[in-house]
Design a protein around this ligand. Structure first.
Ligand code: PBG
Length: 402
């Protein structure tokens, strides 16, 4: 509610015909009629109750708020707005995450409407459609049958496994699509952890420990297996210490010097991964000693300086690109990593973020197209070069339509 000044000061008001200073600096007395009309058009009757202090009248007799800089001038037309626009987002910035499984039909993912666990045939079709819209990179996540899951997750380097088969099928059909893979044990782990769980109970809260170095050895085998199948980019998401350097060395020693390594550098222990874990049935298991969460390896959401430690290590260990995950609640981390390194930065707009936007859109509470495109642009403004998003294909479609 705007406060109107009454009393003696009211008499000074230009709207009441009091003394005013015009742009020429001369004091003048304005006729009441023009101002009365103006007062009625601009603010209606409320103004009749009193003057608005500080406003002036220009030589044309119109209200004037004296100021030279007016930022709105650069926003006045779409032509100008597009000329001075600082950031943009395009389908070539996207990496499209896709879920695959061993069945020959698709299954819906309940908390991620519009996403499915794809059969091999269907994933090929999806990759083709995405490529046609300009999305040139995909990242694959497998739902592994329960009976092949183990604590050491040996299935993750089975050359005839689901991921190697999908990689080679995609690469042979779409050689120009970059295939990224996730390097971590969780889809293959009967404990639901990214690393191997110790048999003892000497870890946090009297639970098992996540065995760092033993896990790194498995991750190296997994990454080499993915590279052999034709992966263009391997992306370790496990958060074990030293895994970037070890995977780089393993790839190089097998001759895969051209395979890129994108590190999930600042991956937080986040509740926003919930729908993803449902999609892959990869959440930590309630077994005798598996820790109930991933807090001993994924980062504490309260921390940002720690992300700089992780970034410095990943750079030193030879990462080609760094990643921040989740995305929207962590834009400050994207910004800080961008400033701290000259490597490209990617951001993961994760499953829970997708679920939130979908849910609101389905209820008609958000304009899905506008809010999604705005969110993706904001990732770029924060400093992300690349964005992993379940909206990749849909956003590319919207961009083509406009
Ligand atoms: C597995 C992995 C996860 C995600 C990507 N890789 C889940 C987790 O760490 O528990 C989450 C992606 C998403 O939520 O969209 N290491």
């Amino acid at each position: 509610m705007q406060a109107f000044v009454t009393g003696p000061f009211a008499k000074q008001s230009p709207f009441l015909g009091g003394n005013v200073t015009s742009s020429t600096g001369k004091s003048s007395r304005r006729p009441d009629r023009a101002l009365t009309t103006l007062r009625a058009t601009v603010t209606g009757n409320r103004l009749a109750e009193g003057p608005v202090p500080g406003l002036r009248v220009n030589d044309e007799g119109k209200i004037w708020v004296p100021q030279r800089a007016r930022p709105r001038r650069n926003r006045k037309t779409e032509g100008l707005r597009s000329m001075v626009r600082e950031n943009s987002v395009s389908p070539s910035n996207f990496i499209y995450p896709l879920f695959i499984h061993t069945k020959d039909y698709n299954e819906e993912i309940s908390a991620m409407p519009g996403c499915e666990r794809h059969s091999l045939e269907s994933v090929l079709k999806e990759v083709g459609e995405a490529e046609a819209l300009g999305v040139k990179s995909v990242i694959l996540f497998p739902k592994i049958p329960e009976d092949v899951k183990t604590n050491a997750a040996e299935e993750c380097y089975n050359p005839n496994g689901l991921i190697p088969k999908a990689i080679s099928a995609i690469k042979s059909r779409y050689p120009n699509v970059a295939v990224w893979t996730d390097v971590a044990l969780d889809p293959y782990s009967d404990q639901g952890h990214d690393g191997m769980v110790s048999a003892d109970n000497r870890g946090d809260g009297g639970m098992g420990r996540i065995l760092n170095d033993e896990t790194v050895e498995q991750l190296c085998r997994q990454a080499v297996c993915q590279a052999r199948a034709g992966a263009d980019v391997v992306a370790p998401s496990d958060m074990m210490d030293g895994r970037v350097g070890a995977i780089r060395d393993a790839l190089d020693s097998y001759g895969f010097t051209d395979v890129s390594l994108v590190s999930y550098t600042a991956k937080y222990a986040s509740a926003f991964y919930g729908p993803f874990r449902d999609a892959l049935d990869s959440a930590p298991r309630e077994s005798s000693n598996a820790p109930p969460n991933k807090k001993t390896y994924q980062m504490d959401p309260a921390n940002s300086r720690e992300a700089l430690i992780e970034a410095a290590l990943d750079v030193a260990e030879g990462a080609d690109m760094l990643m921040v995950k989740p995305g929207m609640p962590y834009l400050d981390i994207i910004h800080r990593l961008k400033a701290a390194t000259n490597l490209p930065i990617s951001a993961y707009h994760v499953s829970g973020e997708y679920a939130m936007m979908k849910a609101a859109a389905q209820r008609g509470w958000l304009d899905e197209r506008e809010s999604v495109l705005e969110s993706l642009l904001c990732f770029r403004r924060a400093g992300a070069d690349a964005i992993l998003t379940y909206y990749a294909k849909q956003a590319a479609q919207w961009m083509h339509e406009s």
